[in-house]
Design a protein around this ligand. Structure first.
Ligand code: MD6
Ligand code: FE
Length: 207
C-alpha cells in the first residue's frame, strides 16, 4: 500500500488473479440483470464515453434533463438495481474504515478510447464516507488533482486488481482517467472480456 497523499491509499494488485476472476463473474451477473447504459452530460446532453451500470440500493445516473444524481432504479429497465455482491461488502469492510456499508457500486466500462474527465465525487450527501475503487483489465492513466479544479495533478497507473481509497482530505480531490493504456497480458477476465478493455467499480455511501 502507498499513501499517495493524506487520505489517498493505493493498493497495487490487492486482488490476485483468482479474486479478479471471481469478482468479474459477480459483475457479469450484475450487468446481465442491469444492462450497461450511456449517461449523458447535464445541460449539453453529450454522451459519456464510458458505459455504466450499478448494484446496491442506489445507482449513479446522469442525463441532460435532470443531471447527476442517485436513483433506486435502472434508467431503462425501471427495475431496482441488483444487490451488492457479498464479495464487495467484504472488500469494503477490509479496506474502508467506516461504520456503515456502501449503498452504491458504480460499474464503469471503458473501451480503448473511453476517458473520464476530471471530476469530484460530490453527488453524495455523506462526504465523511470514503470511496473505494477497484480496477479490472487494462491499465489506465489516472490523474489525481487537488480540491480545486485548477490544482496540479499527479498521474498514477491503475492496473487490474488495484484498489484505491479516497478518504478524509483526499475525498474531494479532483480525479479522472486520461486514457486507457495498451496493456500486454492484462485483459479483462473472460466473464467481462467481450464488454471492453477496463472495468472500474466505485463503492460509495450516498445518504
Ligand atoms: C475510474 N474512478 O477509475 C474512475 N472516483 O475509472 C473514479 O472516478 C473514482 O477511482 C472516486 C474514487 C476513486 C475513483
Ligand atoms: Fe470519481
Amino acid at each position: 500500500m502507498s499513501e499517495i497523499g493524506p487520505g489517498a491509499f493505493h493498493y497495487p494488485s490487492f486482488l490476485d488473479a483468482a479474486a479478479q476472476t471471481a469478482l468479474a463473474e459477480e459483475i457479469a451477473k450484475v450487468i446481465a440483470a442491469a444492462p450497461l447504459y450511456v449517461s449523458t452530460m447535464p445541460k449539453t446532453g453529450a454522451p459519456m464515453s464510458v458505459r455504466m451500470t450499478n448494484c446496491g440500493a442506489l445507482g449513479w445516473v446522469s442525463d441532460k434533463e435532470r443531471g447527476y444524481r442517485y436513483e433506486p432504479r435502472h434508467p431503462q429497465t425501471g427495475n431496482p438495481w441488483p444487490a451488492m455482491p457479498q464479495r464487495l461488502l467484504e472488500l469494503w469492510n477490509e479496506l474502508v474504515h467506516y461504520h456503515k456499508p456502501p449503498e452504491a457500486c458504480l460499474v464503469n466500462v471503458y473501451d480503448e478510447t473511453a476517458r473520464m474527465g476530471l471530476h469530484q465525487d460530490k453527488d453524495e450527501a455523506d462526504f465523511a464516507a470514503p470511496i473505494l475503487s477497484l480496477s479490472l483489465g487494462a491499465d489506465c492513466r489516472f490523474k489525481l488533482g487537488g480540491t480545486r479544479r485548477g490544482d496540479g495533478a499527479i498521474a498514477l497507473t491503475l492496473s487490474s486488481g488495484d484498489a484505491l481509497v479516497l478518504s478524509g482530505l483526499a475525498r474531494m480531490r479532483y480525479h479522472g482517467v486520461d486514457r486507457i493504456l495498451p496493456t500486454i497480458g492484462a485483459t479483462l477476465p473472460a466473464a467481462l472480456a467481450a464488454l471492453g478493455a477496463r472495468v472500474n467499480l466505485t463503492l460509495r455511501r450516498v445518504t
